[in-house]
Unconditional design. Structure first.
Length: 262
């Protein structure tokens, strides 16, 4: 039985989806759109992530009662949901960056579909009772289709999120140089991506792919050697800051623990 908290969590995802769709549609049609839709989208994200974070930090780590000691703070800081919650609050309180909604909208799409399949559909399209005594009921065909679609497209969606987050970094770097967003924005987002690098195989694969493409470009025929030298210096600095160089070897032995997105 779904609880009130579960419905609030789902409502946050549905709110994010509806408002971000309205915001994206206006941008795609080059029409003016109120920043209210942008903030409402991230309000939905904050509601959903706050509930997940409260449950995670309140039950998994400290047996129902949060204890803000050094260990608790460290575990909280390394929690993916906390990281996305803090980034959602940053985007909510900052000047709108349209691309910032993309990862959250993708996550919410999968959560909303799963909630629809497991909680909403059984109330309107109940499963068929099993022909055998004690057997599990058969879900409605629509519920089965949703389940198959989510499982089939989940990995591709997470790859899309990883690449989208790299594009967002490029966007906020350019935005800082052209005064379209605060100078602190790329610094905060770069640190966020540094955490994603360590926790998500999808992020490591995306960075490796982009790194390989840039290497092929700067080392291509007709390119001045200084271009490759400058890029090498940039990757060396990035590697020292991040703790490891962006490339296939750095993430080759990593597990898939960071692949799960809440």
């Amino acid at each position: 039985m779904a609880t009130t908290q579960h419905y609030l969590w789902a409502a946050g995802h549905f709110l994010l989806l509806a408002c971000s769709f309205r915001f994206f549609l206006a941008k795609a049609l080059f029409r003016a759109v109120s920043a209210w839709w942008y903030k409402a989208s991230f309000t939905g994200a904050l509601v959903s992530y706050a509930i997940v974070c409260q449950k995670s930090l309140g039950t998994c780590y400290v047996s129902q009662t949060p204890q803000p000691n050094a260990g608790w703070v460290r575990r909280a800081w390394l929690d993916e949901n906390i990281q996305y919650f803090l980034m959602a609050f940053f985007w909510w309180s900052s000047r709108p960056v349209t691309l910032a909604l993309v990862p959250y909208a993708i996550f919410s799409l999968f959560h909303a579909l799963t909630f629809t399949r497991t909680t909403l559909l059984p109330q309107f399209l109940p499963p068929t009772p099993s022909a055998q005594p004690g057997g599990a009921p058969t879900p409605h065909p629509l519920a089965k289709k949703l389940q198959v679609w989510v499982k089939t497209n989940y990995d591709n969606a997470m790859r899309a999120v990883a690449f989208a987050e790299l594009v967002i970094l490029a966007r906020v770097v350019l935005g800082a140089l052209t005064f379209r967003n605060a100078f602190v924005t790329p610094l905060i987002y770069a640190h966020f991506l540094r955490q994603r690098w360590y926790q998500s195989k999808f992020t490591r694969d995306a960075v490796a792919s982009v790194h390989a493409r840039i290497l092929a470009f700067v080392n291509g025929p007709g390119k001045p050697p200084v271009v490759a030298q400058v890029y090498k210096q940039v990757t060396d600095l990035t590697g020292r800051w991040a703790g490891s160089l962006p490339g296939p070897a750095a993430g080759a032995g990593a597990g898939a623990a960071g692949a799960r997105r809440q």
